[in-house]
Design a protein around this ligand. Structure first.
Ligand code: BTN
Length: 324
């Protein structure tokens, strides 16, 4: 394949190689070389490009090492049963299938790349190889279905705490569970559940973390809204370490939740929130509500004082911060 040949040719040189020389070697046009380079970038290769000198290969995509993740875990069950896939449609789908064949609480699927990553509200989640952590975990808490939103908030608290510790960044949680840095999204969480009547059978908790993206790696429509740990710090992060630390943070908080209820999690969520106290527009299936975000109630609903002075609670929705 031509793009493999390009990597082979460029790996032999630490310096720039011209587009013209590459096109001669491969017997194709310079435009075709440019297209191959764009494709390689989408696979996680990094290049420096110069209009005069051509291209220089900076790095090849880093692969995660599953044994390195296992070595750093201090958990009892979270992540102990783990699958590390090179590519999958969505780790959510892979985890549902794994559950159907017997995987249980704490089983984790991680993928280098997702070809149809899922976001909240039917959106897609871009998940190219080597740039982030794309993972889904199976949970089987013995709780009623109505407590699902609390688990979503809990995952956000655990992720926020662990990434703050790992990176020193001042990350905050936008309701219900987006992690933001300077108003840009760095991570998203999607919980999917299955159950009968009021009883939960299992949950697949999906988490996406933008780790080693450059700003121009993001698709155009996400450039303004998204960021990564690398953009924010200028440093490349070991994904194995971030992932293990997150699971090490998440499991004790999950145990705390199962034994002591939602209150300790609620308090932590409130300390990391970048939503409370702000004027927001809440979009739900029954319309848009504008008002001030006041607090989380004891069940995990967001309490809003709407423009007409009434107080309303929301368990699900999409919010946008309004200019104060
Ligand atoms: C959001 O919209 O903010 C939620 C994004 C969740 C993305 C993660 S990546 C791993 C897991 N697999 C998916 O397909 N989605 C979640």
């Amino acid at each position: 394949m031509s793009h493999e040949k390009i990597v082979e040719l460029m790996s032999k040189s630490d310096d720039f190689v011209s587009g013209q020389w590459l096109s001669q070697q491969l017997g194709c046009t310079r435009t075709a070389i440019w297209k191959h380079i764009q494709h390689l970038k989408s696979l996680g290769y990094e290049f420096e490009a110069s209009s005069r000198k051509g291209y220089r290969l900076l790095s090849k995509p880093e692969k995660m090492d599953g044994s390195e993740i296992q070595r750093q875990l201090t958990t009892k069950t979270f992540g102990r049963n783990m699958k590390l896939l090179q590519s999958t449609t969505s780790t959510q789908q892979a985890a549902h299938e794994w559950y159907a064949t017997g995987a249980s609480e704490g089983s984790l699927i991680v993928a280098e790349e997702q070809t149809s990553g899922k976001g909240r509200m039917g959106r897609t989640w871009h998940s190219p190889p080597g740039k982030g952590i794309w993972m889904s975990m199976i949970l089987q808490p013995r709780i009623g279905m109505h407590r699902m939103p609390q688990l979503t908030l809990l995952a956000a608290v655990a992720l926020c705490r662990s990434l703050r510790k790992s990176t020193g960044l001042d990350l905050g949680i936008k309701w219900p569970n987006d992690l933001l840095l300077n108003e840009k999204k760095i991570s998203g969480i999607l919980l999917e559940s299955a159950g009968e009547d009021e009883r939960l059978t299992y949950i697949v908790a999906g988490i996406g973390i933008n780790v080693n993206w450059h700003q121009d790696d993001f698709p155009k429509d996400l450039q303004e809204k998204s960021t990564s740990l690398r953009i924010a710090t200028g440093k490349r992060f070991k994904r194995e370490q971030l992932l293990a630390r997150f699971l090490n943070e998440w499991e004790p908080l999950y145990d705390l939740f199962l034994h002591k209820g939602f209150e300790p999690i609620r308090l932590l969520w409130e300390t990391y929130s970048v939503t409370l106290g702000k004027q927001i527009a809440m979009r739900t299936s029954s319309g848009i509500f504008k008002g001030k975000a006041l607090k989380l109630d004891a069940d995990g609903a967001l309490i809003i004082e709407t423009e007409n002075g009434s107080v309303q609670s929301f368990y699900a929705g999409d919010i946008q911060q309004l200019r104060q």
